[in-house]
Ligand binder design. Structure first.
Ligand SMILES: Cc1cc2nc3c(=O)[nH]c(=O)nc-3n(C[C@H](O)[C@H](O)[C@H](O)COP(=O)(O)OP(=O)(O)OC[C@H]3O[C@@H](n4cnc5c(N)ncnc54)[C@H](O)[C@@H]3O)c2cc1C
Ligand code: SF4
Length: 458
């Protein structure tokens, strides 16, 4: 160990740009065993590791890096799965630069250990060798309902089933996985990785009800009567419009409608609504990860040009830096410091978007720079398709009121420190409480809520 002077940090290899534009397969290759050992060997084995603190799940990172470097792959696998419900998925999609790797002691000067890539490698290698996560046989007669099958729901189900508590999951879509299935594109996360985890939960005894929307196909009253505890993990994916003139045009769309249509088509669903951008000039408004996923999907769909318009500058983009680099490599053009003003239409169809140039003020006490519009700076960006990726609002279905689930200041489900809602039988976590956030924090919420539910049912 401590070989960071001998080996430099290496990122996983990326597929060639021309090849990756032809499909939705993952861009990053999984480390081979020699590379994974060498990269793990760079870890300093800090006594009080910052990476562990930077990871929302507080994974035992130095411990599994040591076992990987020393070829104890069974132990590395067990340690990695102890705290995480799906480490091979989070190793792929976490923004490590602001989490574990951002906090790594080597990050200042030598280059952080490639934690996410090793995490994915050690689990994929274990699966290749026939290893699987362990669950307990169901004991007792208590059962828990999980509403929503995204990372929060999957995590809650995983930790409850590990403790031998029966689980039934309810999902309104035709496939489980939430945004892991119908949000994050395949070039970041292969859908088979999500299905693999769901299948293990089914093997462990979980009952899964697809195409079952709580509040519509089954009432919340039935759920409350049938189950001893309920975990709500319904996400927050109601897209935001810009509220500008002309956005009712037929070729102006919300990001999730665009992304979900592609992913459903890729999974063989011929009936799902699909937004065709082939040979069209696509303009995406927004600067976060969802906008990056839209522009990178557009180039794969054969758009003639793809532009990403963002009202701040590149340094202030909220998304993962590596995805911006990937998008540029794939031919996306960025236009910074512009704000949408109105959609220009011909009849019912948008032909472009009028934007205003912006400038950023000096940073305030919080470090954030305000956006100021430059008067008289408007100009037209031609477009055949316009996609808004401007963030998400919570969904507040009627069942919140029916079950007495109070909401917080932004409209998400209110919970206490024990993940309990205003109705003590109901627990909640993930985006429906935090607002649009990350898969890893949804996983944390599911894990912690499961521990609280276990305590309450004991
Ligand atoms: C395009 C995009 C890209 C992203 N990329 C990343 C990334 O690279 N890395 C990262 O960490 N995070 C990423 N995120 C964020 C991450 O996906 C979310 O934070 C995470 O999925 C939230 O998990 P969740 O379980 O709370 O909700 P969700 O994943 O939204 O799952 C909620 C589930 O509940 C279901 N549901 C809703 N209402 C009902 C009901 N009444 N009855 C039954 N089922 C219901 C929904 O259909 C859905 O399947 C991305 C998000 C988007 C939109
Ligand atoms: S879960 Fe995410 S933050 Fe935690 S170790 Fe894995 S990649 Fe890093």
């Amino acid at each position: 160990m401590i070989n960071f002077t001998k080996f430099e940090r290496i990122n996983p290899e990326k597929r060639d740009v021309l090849k990756r534009l032809k499909d939705y397969d993952e861009v990053y290759q999984v480390f081979g065993k020699h590379r994974a050992r060498e990269q793990s060997d760079r870890c300093m084995q800090c006594g009080d590791p910052y990476c562990h603190t930077g990871c929302p799940l507080h994974n035992f990172i130095p411990a599994w890096l040591k076992q990987t470097a020393e070829k104890n792959m069974d132990l590395a696998f067990a340690l990695s799965n102890e705290t995480s419900p799906f480490p091979e998925i989070l190793g792929r999609i976490c923004p490590q630069d602001v989490l574990c790797e951002g906090a790594c002691s080597l990050n200042t000067g030598h280059g952080a250990v490639s934690i996410g890539a090793v995490e994915t490698h050690l689990n994929e290698r274990a699966f290749e060798n026939g290893m699987k996560p362990k669950f307990s046989p169901i004991k007792g007669d208590k059962k828990v309902a999980i509403i929503g099958s995204g990372p929060a729901g999957i995590s809650a189900a995983t930790f409850l089933l590990r403790r031998g508590i029966a689980v039934e999951m309810f999902e309104r879509e035709d496939r489980a996985g939430g945004l892991l299935m119908y949000g994050i594109p395949g070039f970041k996360l292969d859908k088979s990785t999500v299905e693999r985890r769901i299948n293990w939960l089914l093997e462990a005894g979980m009952k899964l009800h697809l195409n079952c929307e709580i509040g519509l196909d089954k009432s919340i009253k039935e759920i409350e009567d049938e189950f001893d505890a309920i975990f709500v993990g319904i996400g927050a994916k109601k897209g935001r419009w810009a509220n500008i003139e002309g956005e009712d045009a037929s070729n102006v769309h919300l990001a999730m409608d665009f992304l979900t249509g592609i992913q459903k088509r890729n999974l063989g669903n011929t009936e799902a609504t699909f937004i065709d951008v082939k040979d069209k000039r696509v303009v995406v408004i927004g600067g976060g990860d969802t906008a990056m996923d839209c522009v990178r999907s557009s180039v794969r769909e054969g758009a003639s040009t793809v532009k990403c318009l963002y009202r701040r500058d590149e340094a202030n983009m909220p998304g993962s830096k590596k995805e911006v680099v990937n998008a540029k490599e794939e031919g996306v053009e960025y236009i910074f410091n512009v704000s949408p003003n109105k959609i220009i239409k011909k009849g019912d169809t948008a032909v472009g978007i009028e934007v205003l140039k912006t400038e950023l003020s000096q940073a305030d006490e919080s470090g954030r720079q305000r956006v100021t519009i430059i008067d008289g700076s408007e100009y037209l960006e031609d477009a055949d398709v316009i996609i808004f990726a401007l963030g998400f609002s919570p969904e507040t279905p009627d069942f919140f009121e029916d079950a007495n689930l109070k909401t917080n200041s932004w409209g998400g489900i209110d919970i206490n420190a024990s993940y309990q809602t205003s109705n003590p039988k109901f627990y909640a976590g993930g985006d429906c409480n935090r607002g649009a956030h990350l898969a890893v924090t949804a996983a944390l919420d599911g894990r912690e809520a499961a521990a609280q539910i276990e305590k309450a049912l004991a």
